[in-house]
Design a protein around this ligand. Structure first.
Ligand code: ADP
Ligand code: MG
Length: 261
């Protein structure tokens, strides 16, 4: 079962994974109120308005936009809610946006450069083992990275009997080129991310990008979380995250397809 970014981030956060903070909004007024609240918490007028649909590549399709003041928050939310968002992952008909996440600006300038990474935890079905896949080339289409520069994608196999080992988390943080506080925070991030993946019986967590902020904190800017349908009976709270509106859209589409066959 796919869930939205805001739901995935709530799960990650509950396991101690640092995330780009945000507040869900269904109207431009709610979005402005959310931006106001974020300003109180983070002391910045800048926020990112992010369409909540079950597909990645939203940025490319115009579903992720930076707002520098409250007028822009209103304008962009107005634009994004109600749009049929087409991304490389939605198919040509796109997906109707009914909610946005008004999110903290985490690309603020500071003592060091920001840096984006890619990280996912998934089940290697052939081996029956979890792996952590990661890359220094974050924020981009990972299939494209795998195709053009496969040497920039690393994989770490996890032994199911012992789980993620400390030395493995440190190896990943090292391979990603982090050092100092960013290294320490990356180790913490990876450890919490893996714990969340295991505890939720998920089939995939994909964080693209993982961000190193200019003050050397590591956090999840995006979260694509896939919960294993067969394990949902153990997690009533997650089962309730199912978005029936998106399902209805899909059913309508299938019905239409049958009609035109
Ligand atoms: P998607 O993967 O669906 O396109 P993301 O959440 O990954 O959605 O956002 C797309 C891109 O938008 C990110 O790779 C990031 O570079 C950019 N982005 C997200 N938040 C901010 C921000 N606060 N400031 C500037 N750019 C941002
Ligand atoms: Mg992304």
């Amino acid at each position: 079962m796919n869930i939205h970014e805001y739901q995935g981030k709530a799960i990650l956060k509950s396991f101690g994974v640092r995330v780009q903070e945000g507040i869900l909004a269904e109207t431009p007024e709610e979005a402005v109120a959310a931006a106001q609240k974020l300003k109180e918490d983070f002391n910045s007028d800048w926020v990112v308005v992010k369409a909540q649909i079950h597909a990645g590549g939203r940025g490319k399709g115009g579903g992720v936009k930076l707002a520098k003041n409250h007028d822009q928050v209103k304008e962009l939310t107005n634009q994004i809610i109600g749009m049929q968002l087409v991304t490389p992952q939605t198919g040509p008909e796109g997906k109707l946006v009914s909610k946005v996440l008004v999110a903290q600006d985490v690309y603020y300038p500071g003592e060091s450069e920001t840096k984006e990474y890619y990280m996912s935890v998934l089940l290697d079905r052939a081996k029956g083992r979890n792996i952590i896949m990661y890359s220094t080339e974050g924020g981009m289409d990972i299939e494209e990275v795998a195709h053009s520069t496969p040497d920039k994608i690393f994989k770490e196999d996890i032994d199911p009997k012992v789980g993620l080992q400390g030395f493995q988390a440190r190896k990943i943080a090292f391979n990603l080129g982090t050092s100092g506080d960013a290294f320490k925070d990356m180790v913490k991030f990876i450890t919490a991310l893996y714990k969340a993946y295991e505890a939720t019986d998920s089939s995939q967590f994909e964080i693209n990008p993982v961000l190193k902020t200019s003050d050397n904190k590591i956090l999840a800017v995006d979260a694509k979380v896939n919960l294993d349908d067969d394990a949902l009976y153990r997690h009533a709270d997650y089962a309730a995250m199912r978005d029936t509106a998106e399902k209805t859209q899909l059913k309508l589409k299938q019905a239409k397809a049958t009609l035109t066959m």
